[in-house]
Design a protein around this ligand. Sequence first.
Ligand code: PMT
Length: 343
Amino acid sequence: MFTEETTFSAESYFASQPPPPTLQHDVERVREFIKRHNNEGRSVVLVTSGGTTVPLELNVVRFLDNFSAGTRGATSAEYFLKAGYAVIFMHRQFSLQPFSRHYSHSTNPFLDFLEIESPADGSKTPAITVTPSKREDLLEVLSMYKDVHNRGTLHTLTFVTVDDYLWLLRAVSQEMSILGRRAMFYLAAAVSDFFLPRQRMSEHKIQSEKGRLQIEMDQVPKILKPLVDEWTKEGYIVSFKLETDDNLLIPKARAALERYGHQVVIGNDLHRRKYEVVFISRKEKTSESTTTADMNSGDFQEYWLRIAIPDTSGGVSPHKVKEIEEDIVAELGKRHASWISRA
Ligand code: PMT
């Protein structure tokens, strides 16, 4: 029963908060995708991406949100596809997506790539062509996009609210359990830690005449626990930890591994996340990463990945800029292969 004092466990959350209306439809489509790739022996990664909203009203006018643009998720999804994975890309509506992300930034607007060519005789419809200097880059992205489309290796799911996210994550992870160790979870989404249960939401737009607004939110249940223990017992689970205080990053990542018992936490600092990340995992008898691995005492090992901060001032094509997600995915691919082989 719902009370004001409820602290939500995953169980009480799903028992009291209604699912999104499209859940059943989404699950049926994702089931087909997983079944097909399972039959073909392909590994499947679920990439979560972007931020979640927390609506304040049932007829929602206002909501809380966060900074995540979905760059990490969309970029990583492309590298997973290149590495041969089938990708379920579960992203916040209107956040960046694989391939189209190259043209979504204000620094690289798509319409600036196109030219209108007036027909010589003045009678026919004008043709649209690609600016010659942009053609090579566009061809590369378009070719990858078409190839993925033809092979059917990318499946997209959309969420907006934290509720949508939680219901979808549970359903998709349960469907992915048939993949056993060939399932990977790459949880790059920035999920709200707080939410407003439906039972306490105002039905209509909150009126401003009442003066100061005070809202007490509940904690979103820690969803990694049932994910690891119940929904996908064999999946390779990679969570992320974002901090703004360097001193907290590694202790909090270690605490998450201890609490949830999954495989890897990737730590990133808000301002350096595009150039530096740290993998935190339990120590193996023999290190999986032999090159620049930085071993520590205790039960955990750290593995830092760094790339040079790219100089974009000299007109370098955005497509030629090194992205840290390429190295993250390469490292995870090796670790996942080793996880599968140890079955
Ligand atoms: O999108 P960008 O702008 O590129 O930014 C990428 C990023 C910084 C958001 C990403 O790299 C990142 O760090 N995401 C996780 C942010 C975070 O600190 O999450 P958390 O501590 O609230 O959660 C820990 C992990 O559990 C995360 O992997 C999260 O996706 C997952 N989680 C959290 C809560 C919840 N209810 N369900 C979850 O699955």
